[in-house]
Design a binder for this molecule. Sequence first.
Ligand SMILES: NC(=O)c1ccc[n+]([C@@H]2O[C@H](COP(=O)([O-])OP(=O)(O)OC[C@H]3O[C@@H](n4cnc5c(N)ncnc54)[C@H](OP(=O)(O)O)[C@@H]3O)[C@@H](O)[C@H]2O)c1
Length: 437
Amino acid sequence: MNAPLRLGIAGLGTVGASVVRLLERQGDAIATQLGRPVRVVAVSARDRSRDRGINLDSIAWHEDPVALANANSIDVFVELIGGDDGPAHASVRAALESGKGVVTANKALLARHGVALAALAEERGAELSFEAAVGGGIPIVKTLREALAGNRLTRLYGILNGTCNFILTRMEAGADYPSALREAQALGYAEADPTFDVEGLDAAQKLAILTSLAFGTEIDSDSVYVEGITGITPDDLAAAEELGYRIKLLGVAQRTDSGIEQRVHPTMVPRDCDIARISGVTNAVAVEGDFIGSVVLSGPGAGGEATASAVVGDIMDQARGVRVPPLGRPAASLEPYRRARMRAHEGGYYLRLKVLDRPGAFAAIAQRMAEGGISLDSIVQRNRPIGTAPKRGTEEAQPVTIITHSTTEQAVRAALAGIEAGGEVFGRPQMIRIEAL
Ligand SMILES: NC(=O)c1ccc[n+]([C@@H]2O[C@H](COP(=O)([O-])OP(=O)(O)OC[C@H]3O[C@@H](n4cnc5c(N)ncnc54)[C@H](OP(=O)(O)O)[C@@H]3O)[C@@H](O)[C@H]2O)c1
């Protein structure tokens, strides 16, 4: 047996404690695979007295994660604190500065500082691994960085947030948004303040990291177009079902003539495609490339054990001395991210309007679409049997759903603005993009 790999773990919460448990349980098998044992020799967390269900008796305790990162007693620093700045950032930098390998599950840190940290790691000859930062237990980082590296990738898309997918799955089964969210919170899938998940921000951070790996560009999480799921109604899910679609919160990164699109938004996907079948908290990522065609990976996107599985995979790579540039190519050779503007996005659209039930309203809407060069695949007036008239003397609103053929976001937005201004509809129209899969 060779010398042990000595770990310092900062953060002993959901993921950190699971990593310690995994290393305890599989320690012998891991040592046999590596030809050397992996030992947790030092840890750091906030509250030393907290019972974490793990035995820390023979492990050194550091109050300060930066001191742990600097300690000579460790070879690899494992950052499982979280947050894009503060102690997570300071300790990861300190570890890399001193030439130690770093393993982290921190998407926020990578989304914001990933390029600078990758450059620092390369400069100091240290490894920086972050498989667990995207897709929890799904090995998507390694797949993009290594296994698919020979391809020219064209599009990547996925369900990157289990909370949103769980809520949408429950809404398909008949729940409304507030009760689906409450259920997600009761099951521990959603935070008390769910904003970060349901507004698409978590998925956007993950997408920004994947975009860099897929297209060799600098990480630019500020340029992701983001829409969350809070505006999706049971009516939309029912309409999707009728039309042969499912609604998923997708993160999509795609090469276009004008740059690379990065977008996170509720998306209609054909009911029979792989991604449509992913239900509950499961995550999935599909990658399309010139030689591979299409690959879909799915699995648990979060949870202590699944995430610990990815963290330990990274630790084992470092124990073997595997050396790969953190972002798949030298940080200095990453291209600047060139943003494709959302207005230039091309695709089909689902629109749901509450149209005033008065003569000419329907025709006026069709006219505005035609003027914008938008061709319609279908236009359906819902909920009122064909041939029945509205109540006399009232101006009822009739729900109308429209599916367009492929068009541009700019054309759709302009047509909707015209329809709203023209007073033919009640309230704000709903618009959901359709992804051609
Ligand atoms: N949970 C998941 O399913 C999941 C999935 C993928 C990625 N991740 C990522 O994994 C990381 C950890 O997530 P988590 O869910 O395990 O978080 P968590 O349960 O909140 O644990 C955070 C840990 O960090 C410690 N900590 C906080 N501030 C500290 C400081 N100043 N110094 C030292 N320790 C400090 C906490 O100490 P105390 O315990 O003493 O409070 C706690 O042990 C995050 O980056 C997260 O995004 C999580």
